[in-house]
Design a protein. Structure first.
Length: 185
């Protein structure tokens, strides 16, 4: 599996060529959800013009979500010198992941307020984002979800997908995020 992921990355990078080796995928539309603080989160207010990294998790997960959140926490540390870069974790379990629950979860992973957001909202909106904006699959209450991180550029384009369990891929995510942040400043 790891070889396939590396091969896919090499093929994508080779196909792109030019000065900007990152591919461009789908555009993430503006969305409005609820943050861990209980306040309305409008992407146009918090993410427009920013490079950001997204994932989909749920707080009662005993499988990959704690590892993903630990990785996201590490990314927050590794990219601390880029305070404009944002992190967004969307829940796939909005029925249980209330703002209060997400706030406790955010504290557990040392999420920096104003930099790493945990979002909840109606299942239909989360499903629409996961499936049609991020192209990661369905969010329909079964708690089965992708374990990839998604890199989004300052114009809202998805620029890469990264397998969260692969150390080499995480290093590439850090490098790609730096590159996009530098290009957008």
């Amino acid at each position: 599996m790891r070889h396939l992921a590396v091969l896919a990355t090499v093929v994508l990078l080779a196909a792109c060529g030019g000065a900007d080796p990152l591919p461009s995928f789908n555009r993430v539309p503006d969305f409005t959800l609820t943050s861990q603080s209980g306040e309305e989160f409008r992407s146009a207010d918090y993410l427009a013009g920013k490079v950001w990294i997204a994932d989909f998790i749920y707080t009662t997960c005993t499988g990959p979500c704690p590892r993903m959140s630990a990785r996201m926490s590490r990314l927050q540390e590794d990219l601390a010198d880029l305070p404009g870069l944002k992190f967004v974790s969307f829940t796939v379990d909005p029925e249980n992941d209330t703002p209060e629950v997400l706030a406790e979860y955010a504290e557990r992973y040392r999420a920096e307020p104003g930099r790493w957001y945990f979002l909840t909202g109606p299942m239909e909106e989360l499903h629409e984002l996961n499936r049609n904006a991020f192209m990661l699959g369905d969010v329909q209450g079964n708690l089965d979800h992708s374990t990839r991180f998604v890199l989004v550029d300052a114009s809202g384009l998805v620029r890469g997908y990264y397998i969260s369990a692969d150390n080499d891929v995480m290093e590439r995510l850090v490098a790609d995020a730096r590159s996009l942040a530098k290009a957008s400043s």
